[in-house]
Design a protein around this ligand. Structure first.
Ligand SMILES: Nc1ncnc2c1ncn2[C@@H]1O[C@H](COP(=O)(O)OP(=O)(O)O)[C@@H](O)[C@H]1O
Ligand SMILES: [Mg+2]
Length: 248
């Protein structure tokens, strides 16, 4: 067995009296597409935020490639090839598609200041254009992100996470509010990226059909705890999971 790409050990996070994440542990293996599902409020986004340092967990450890990452800033994580998307879109509507993706790359590199010193794109245009082409957005390269459809903006948002040159990408509801055509496109592109680059994905998603057909393994959270883990088929027929979704 190779070392896990991501290892989560006993992560806990409370907000006031509410235990949002109550001791979650699991490993993510190299090249897999792992789905993280669970009812609303089960702690999925909070767990992502604890993994990547947007929140400080009350307890627990996170390792990327065997290296503890607690306390590291986003730009340091990006040096390890770790990228993410947020549940809310993080595109800048007043900027073009290309500039949004270049800016994401600069943030990842921690080179925002380089803009002031005569390297306007920090050498990122080529990489950004490759991603734009990969996500089939080339015809929209110079369009303001704010004038794209919601689904197209979600694709731009995903492309921004990939500017970390990633080994591991965490996607928080990439298919939320996206129409069926864009959904199929997004799924097909993620699978293709995984196949071409061996990138590992952890995907939070409510759309069951999307998650079941995209992921090779699924972890289910309920009330801040892991209640099930298995293949899509195993999860589909798991009574504990069915009960959790029915509000048990
Ligand atoms: N910043 C916050 N402040 C207070 N409570 C929060 C905050 N973020 C999340 N919560 C609470 O933590 C729980 C888990 O939320 P969240 O991680 O967003 O769930 P999910 O992403 O699975 O829908 C919910 O009860 C939510 O209300
Ligand atoms: Mg969420």
């Amino acid at each position: 067995m190779t070392e896990p790409v991501l290892s989560i050990r006993n992560i806990e996070k409370s907000f006031g009296g509410i235990k949002a994440v109550g001791g979650v542990s699991f490993d993510v293996h190299d090249g897999e597409i792992l789905g993280l599902i669970g009812p609303n409020g089960s702690g999925k986004s909070t767990l992502f935020n604890c993994i990547l340092g947007q929140l400080t967990p009350d307890a627990g450890e996170v390792e990327v490639n065997g290296q503890k990452i607690s306390g590291k800033r986003a730009s340091e994580l990006n040096k390890l090839g770790v990228g993410r998307t947020f549940q809310q879109l993080s595109v800048f509507p007043q900027m073009t598609v290309l500039d949004n993706i270049i800016l994401a790359g600069q943030e990842h590199q921690g080179t925002m200041l380089s803009r002031l010193f005569g390297k306007p794109d920090a050498g990122l245009t080529g990489e950004a254009e490759k991603l734009i082409a990969f996500f089939r957005l080339s015809h929209l390269r110079d369009t303001l992100a704010g004038s794209l459809s919601y689904g197209q903006q979600k694709l731009v948002d995903a492309a921004m996470a990939f500017m970390a040159g990633p080994r591991l990408v965490l996607l928080d509801e990439p298919a939320g509010g996206v129409n069926l055509t864009m959904l199929a496109n997004l799924k097909e592109r993620l699978v293709a990226y995984n196949a071409e680059h061996g990138t590992t994905f952890v995907v939070i998603e409510h759309n069951m059909e999307f998650v079941m057909s995209l992921c090779t393994r699924i972890i289910v959270l309920a009330e801040g705890r892991v209640i099930a883990e298995g293949t899509p088929d195993e999860i589909r027929s798991n009574q504990t999971v069915i009960d959790a979704y029915l509000g048990g």
